[in-house]
Design a protein around this ligand. Structure first.
Ligand code: HEC
Length: 90
């Protein structure tokens, strides 16, 4: 009992450290889906070939639209889009 309570308390802090796909979906639906639709549709000519490229595209889009996203928001959204659409290995 004690251990399960403890692990419950630790969960939020753990999910902060790794990408949170559920948060990524919320962020995406709120700020990106109006252009890219849901599920995601690509709007550009260039194919995304790596997670780093995906992350930097998301960063440019969020900068451009002045969303004031932090690194965690970008990572969450990147992970969400990758599991739904891009399926990039690295
Ligand atoms: C106002 C419309 C608009 C919004 C809002 C927007 N984007 Fe984009 N996005 C575009 C357009 C247009 C392009 C294509 C730009 C190009 O290739 O020159 C693009 C390109 C991209 C790309 C590169 C792959 C592709 O589709 O070409 C990614 C990834 C991306 N956006 C993610 C996001 C994310 C994540 C958000 C939310 C933070 C977001 N965008 C918000 C219009 C938008």
């Amino acid at each position: 009992m004690k251990t399960s309570l403890l692990s419950l308390c630790l969960l939020p802090s753990l999910s902060w450290a790794v990408a949170n796909i559920a948060d990524g979906k919320l962020l995406y639906d709120e700020s990106c889906a109006k252009c890219h639709h849901s599920p995601y549709e690509s709007l550009g000519w260039n194919e995304i070939t790596s997670k780093a490229e995906l992350g930097s595209m998301i960063e440019s889009c969020s900068d451009y639209f002045q969303l004031d996203w932090n690194a965690q928001d970008i990572e969450d959204t990147s992970e969400y889009l990758n599991t739904e659409f891009f399926f990039l290995e690295k």
